[in-house]
Design a protein around this ligand. Sequence first.
Ligand code: PEP
Ligand code: MG
Length: 821
Amino acid sequence: MNAPPHNPSTQKAGNKSGSVRESTDVEPLSDKSPIGPAARGEEQTPPGKQRLVKTPDPMSLEAKPHDGKAHEWAGSRRLLRLLRELMKERGSSQAKLDNIVKLIAQDIVAEVCSIYVLRPGDVLELFATMGLKPEAVHQTRLHVEEGIVGQVAALALPLALSDAQSHPNFAYRPETGEEIYQSLLGVPIQRAGRVIGVLAVQNVTSRSYTDEEVEALETVAMLLAELFAGGEIGLLDDDTSAEGDRGKPMRLDGLMLNEGLAIGHAVPHTRGIVISQVIADDPEVERGRLVTAVAEMRGAIDDLMARADIAELGEHREVLEVYRMFAEDRGWIGRIDEAILSGLTAEAAVEKVQVDTRARMAKVKDPYLKERLSDLEDLGNRLLHHLLDLDGAEAQDLPEDMVLIARNLGPAELLDYDAERLRAVVLEEGSPTAHVVIIARALNIPVLGRCRDIVTSVRHGDQIVVDADNEQVLLRPNEDVQASFSSTIAERDRRQEIFAATRDLPPVTADGRRISLNINAGLLIDIPHLHESGADGIGLYRTEIPFMVRDTFPGVTAQTELYSRVVEQAEGKPVIFRTLDVGGDKVLPYWQGEVDENPSMGWRAIRIGLDRPAVLRQQIRALLRACQGGELRIMFPMISDVAELEAARALLEREMDREANKDRALPSAVKVGLMLEVPSLVWQLPALLDKVDFVSVGSNDLFQFHFAADRGNPRLARRYDVLAPGFLKLLHGVAEQVNKKEVRLSLCGDMASHPLEAMALLGCGFESLSMPAPSIAPIKTMIRSLNVESLRALLPSWLELPDHSLRSQLKSYADEQGVEL
Ligand code: PEP
Ligand code: MG
């Protein structure tokens, strides 16, 4: 079965084995030595409380000195050795399990030790116990998420409760007789990232389990997983519920991280990594293997960095530099080393640290830290390949049309695959700013993220359709579905050819209006698309993206260099540089402000720039220098009132004076603009328009504030429509006011990239649009077939309609008028 989702709202109240209360300040225990509270010398949790875990900082994962823990490792090794010996004895699987629970209970000094095994239908069955009533064995069954044991399985995290009974979701199962036990520690039994059971101990008294005890139980759980999988205990039915579904067609939802449609054969990324030996005889031998594997891995990363195609990635390479830094991280290696000293083989130690890393990832909210942790996961997999000598073994039998499936991927892991064969990537996790997504975009590979259960639902070689545009994957589609997607792809390819032919045609409407078409960019790798698409310029250069993939703040020199390259590569076409738009979901690792409760309406963009003027001034300085002798177009994001624009302009003027005083050349012209993203500004246009050269509507933010609907919330994704009469009326009014002035109006949000929406914008009076490069050709095709004046005559009457959306009216209009959408 897959590690089931955490969905506290579906928990039943009052079940045994307790469960976790949904709360933002109570998190399940998983933060263990050497970074747990005890190891940090912090206060221990008072009895009766679930332990709180602080958001971990992976940058400070330091191994503790070895000496102080020698006795604990010796204890852990002894328990593992005893368990191993016990396994060699003759007897039934049930007898072995009964002995195992006895041994563990004795060793950890607990009155109860129980093993629950996951059965088909997401049911955890009590398979063996020391301390609970024997008649409960094979009778007590809990659904995943039911009670504490169910929560351990659902979250794939350990839980330590000193007063389990007072937990609100405590489930009482009379057949077990467990009402007398107060404290409980449960850890998941996992195999290849899948939860296959739970190991739990209980005590009569209120006991605060130490981090070391949690660690020890986790190690025992790893051994149990090995025994189950290796058939030494023949109780595990491998045909779990997910397995049962693995032959059927299936549709799963996800989040579009890079657009596109692909059809191919699934290749699960973790395929082939099976750890068969968990316990080591000699830790020193394992440490030696680790040292060798780490050295090999570092050498391989260096080779990767030196590859010609990587060198061409421009500043994407920095993503990999950060990654290489992690390979040198002593804290990470130190934690693996510690796990070896507790009795594990080198590969089991790596897997153990991987499990911890995954547990942290589940809790970390900060997107940058999440990415750092997934880099560590990537490195862990790579290290396992070196330890188990798997490198290159699988390359030959990869399909020509592979769709890579993974829980998460690091950027270098993606680059390990032959880009020629890669049709798409599907991830269980992933975010728009993930490094792997940045690289995939550069390689033009569709990516669907947040696709829950994909890892456990797919088998190697399954046929799969990845429809990132519609945020879905279809597994094992039947022939009709396959045929229909194949013909859609063929039709797209055909249209691409037609679009390519429009490259040199002007974007002029059927009635003769020249529309300006521009691309949105944020990385050097986007700039060749400016020329390939035949666009007029860069309507939005998002400067924050290069800031986000670095580990330190780029200084004036580094920024000047970067912007100069943008200007140079634009070859005279205009570029609008937007100043830093960080905050919200765009987090800079080296700039940790307080976490806003409502980040998109929080301290972000120009608000930070004005409160920390040194940062904005440095950026302005770099832009002035990069555009010396030419034209600088600078745009301020998230301006909410005229005073903010004036303050930003004042900083610009100050920097210009500074440069002039230092006898540095200035740009020949400086055009100042702003993003219209906050509705308040619409009411200030008369006071504003004399102070700017251009206005660019950021429809993504304007739309979210107009409808009070978080743009990142998938539940709201299709609730409101940008073609709603009210929103179009707002845009129509803006265009009317701006077009009366000598101010250029444009729109650079997502809305501009869809033909029907772009048609509506032209109808509202917009004559300049900026969009991702692949949209230029379809939008140009629409423009060339549109009589814009006739649409403009019709549109105002529609704006008064009470409809949810004008989509159907606009669509019928396009059909009747022969507008090519
Ligand atoms: C917008 O808000 O429409 C926009 C283009 O800015 P971003 O998407 O970068 O917030
Ligand atoms: Mg915006």
